[in-house]
Design a protein around this ligand. Sequence first.
Ligand SMILES: [Zn+2]
Length: 106
Amino acid sequence: MLKIRSRRMRFVVIACVLAGYIVGTLLARRRGYNMGGTLVVRCRQGHLFSTIWIPGASLKAIRLGWFRLQRCPVGHHWSLVRPVRDVDLTADELRFAREHRDLRIP
Ligand SMILES: [Zn+2]
């Protein structure tokens, strides 16, 4: 395990991690994903639902990069979920996803 001794170095590392999250969030938003708020995700079984997705912060899910392991409120099971862009969904799919939300915590 890397030990960061100096206070200045610790600050630089934390600032870089935060900058990475911010840049990643902005890039994902530019691509049409509603990162940093409520967005639509799809589980491995194809269920759609809404969840709060804040990069770097999650209390209800295990983060795995672009995927997360979390509880699917539609199929009532644990699954890998991935973000879906609103523009890639039909009006019915979007309505269904917005009607099905998981816990209102990130
Ligand atoms: Zn599901």
